[in-house]
Design a binder for this molecule. Sequence first.
Ligand SMILES: Cc1cc2nc3c(=O)[nH]c(=O)nc-3n(C[C@H](O)[C@H](O)[C@H](O)COP(=O)(O)O)c2cc1C
Length: 366
Amino acid sequence: MRTKTEARKLSHIKISLKRHVESSKSAGFDDVFIVHRALPEIDKNEIETSTNLFNHKLNAPIIIGSMTGGTPESRRINAVLAEAAERLGLGIGVGSQRAAVEDRNLVYTYHVVREKAPSTLVFANIGCSQLVKGNAVEIVQTAIDMIDADALYIHLNPLQESVQHEGETSFQRVLAKIGEVVRAVKVPVVVKETGAGISSEVAKKLADIGISGIDVSGAGGTSWAGVEYYRARQISDRLRARLGETFWEWGIPTVASLIEVAQSTTVTVIASGGVRTGLDIAKSLALGASASSFALPLIRPALLGTREVEKFLKTTIEELKTAMFLTGAKTIQDLKMVPTVVTGPTREWLSQRGFDTSMYATRLSF
Ligand SMILES: Cc1cc2nc3c(=O)[nH]c(=O)nc-3n(C[C@H](O)[C@H](O)[C@H](O)COP(=O)(O)O)c2cc1C
């Protein structure tokens, strides 16, 4: 018999595979241009994409997004993703570990990530609604120890909880609970959204309590209102289906969120939510991110096996390298300094919110 949490996790994967669950609005990468350099003056073969993230060397600034665990099927997906992460030297997150915190028999579905990725950067994952219900420090320590994690993701998902049939919408004292966790655990704590973005106001509050990083997970990629819309329809919950439809596009688009967070804090910023190519990663880094992450595009390759996941990721890395070549950036550090122009609705958003984007356009490349 599957538990309710297991059944829900499985249906999230199935819906993400079979239905169109992405936002129809842009994450904002179309509004960003890295200025082309017709005289790169470097050899493309000598470009170095390696970087350091939370004291771990990665061969490219990429994290396989937090997605799954808690069912036998997701053990296999986690195994495949972790094998690829280890072979390519990339970071990886597991899905919410709530299922295994509640039922120790499910630990193996997450632990497989550490087995298959013994040396690379691995993130544990727990939702903020779990923290307010129980002993927050004990819960996260269980999650970290379960996979010997190098860092912890705490996810914020008020939109999903609002639309989800069994959603838990008590979000009081979340900030204080995250603060308790930051003070108690030894690994870096990174707070992530789940597709609706993080504003500068929220980022400042999180930075003040000492978190190490923010993964913006903005709007423009997977819509959790969309995923829960389909679940609500399956169980004839008309109200939740209606909420899912109404809030499908809700959120701060990824690029706007990235710039808000990067300009208002000094924490490490990870860009995710609708990141789909190595060029999107290059744009994210040019605008202040230290790494990028994607989730949805990896599900299908993960079901086909490690080779397919590696093929997808190698293509992405080649796209990143090409963007670096075309801007004369030999290293990730160089890429962070290339002149970049922000146009269209993203620029409009940022100017209304009081952020300056001209500084990216006029900086002098190394
Ligand atoms: C099938 C699926 C399951 C997910 N489960 C989790 C989760 O358990 N914990 C979490 O923090 N984020 C979860 N996410 C959110 C992703 O980590 C990411 O923030 C979001 O999907 C935006 O990225 P994308 O547009 O590349 O999919 C999940 C995403 C997908 C597609």
